[in-house]
Design a protein. Structure first.
Length: 306
């Protein structure tokens, strides 16, 4: 290996090296870094020349690290993290004066239940910041936290890589919503009445059962679904004018009941509560603004689903 004069090394090359190692694919590494694929290929060529080693070799449709790449990856990552930490030291964040934009990945139920109290809190503390709430497919959340496309995510308990941290916000139960003058509204909703009724199913997936259907299947039961749609607000408008039942998160149901037009009942199935967590990349701990926002979210959202 050549003797390295650090003043002549482009440290961005090691950012590219880390991205290729994580993704195992030049195209995905380019997307992660917001670079063109030729730019990533050029950076890899410079690294190969510097180390006199291929570093990554073709393996099917991906790239497999060489023994040298495997030997140096942890030291490279530690060095990059230390550099980020050094650059972040001394940065000040004044919420009252900040004009920063933050991004949160959240599904529609979390938007409905969490954004109102969160924005009341943020407007008092930091009136000039902007918060963007996006729907991100669950399979992409960890990658987008790592790449910085999103700052935080609020979702069910998910498998996470080592560099993503999380903390529980609360636990969500399911309930059943129906028209306020539905024939079942004045009775105790039992399992037989539940499966005898016709239902609305809310899902972002094209097909497949809901969590309540899995529970029904376990006890040898099934239900009839007349409508499958993508969000609970639309589903509730249908429920208000029909005999259909809707199974939905309890916190959402309670807030919509306050607006009138529906009754809610406990779900007559034994299902454990769904844990909701806030996720962030560990590099957020080196950004005073993200540290501050994380604390505001935890203070204003913890328990909001209970």
């Amino acid at each position: 290996m050549q003797e390295i004069n650090l003043s002549r090394v482009d440290l961005n090359l090691f950012v590219v090296f880390d991205a290729i190692y994580r993704e195992g694919n030049l195209t995905r590494a380019a997307e992660r870094l917001y670079l063109s694929q030729p730019a990533v290929s050029h950076a890899l060529a410079r690294l190969r020349e510097r180390f006199d080693d291929p570093l990554f070799e073709r393996a099917g449709k991906g790239m497999s690290p060489t023994p040298l790449a495997k030997a140096i990856i942890e030291r490279v990552r530690i060095a990059l993290q230390e550099l980020e930490s050094t650059l972040g030291e001394g940065l000040a964040f004044d919420p009252a004066e900040a004009n920063r934009v933050f991004t949160l990945a959240a599904r529609d139920v979390m938007e409905f239940t969490a954004l109102p109290p969160l924005m009341v809190h943020l407007q008092r503390q930091a009136p000039n910041i902007q918060l963007r709430s996006l729907r991100v497919p669950r399979r992409d959340i960890m990658q987008q936290l790592s790449s910085g496309q999103i700052d935080f995510a609020a979702d069910v308990l998910l498998p996470v890589p080592e560099e993503v941290e999380h903390q529980p916000l609360g636990r969500e139960l399911l309930a059943v919503a129906m028209r306020h003058d539905h024939s079942l509204a004045s009775t105790i909703l039992d399992l037989e009445a539940y499966i005898s009724a016709t239902h609305v199913l809310v899902s972002s997936r094209h097909d497949g059962p809901g969590v309540e259907d899995f529970a029904l299947n376990r006890c040898g039961k099934s239900r009839k679904v007349a409508l499958r749609c993508q969000n609970y607000y639309a589903a509730l408008q249908v429920v208000k004018d029909t005999d259909l039942l809707l199974t939905l998160p309890q916190s959402y149901a309670r807030q919509m009941k306050a607006n009138g037009g529906i009754s809610i009942a406990p779900l007559p199935l034994e299902l454990p509560p769904v844990d909701i967590h806030l996720y962030w990349h560990r590099k957020a701990s080196r950004d005073p603004a993200l540290v501050w926002l994380k604390q505001q979210m935890l203070e204003s959202l913890t328990g909001v689903m209970n």
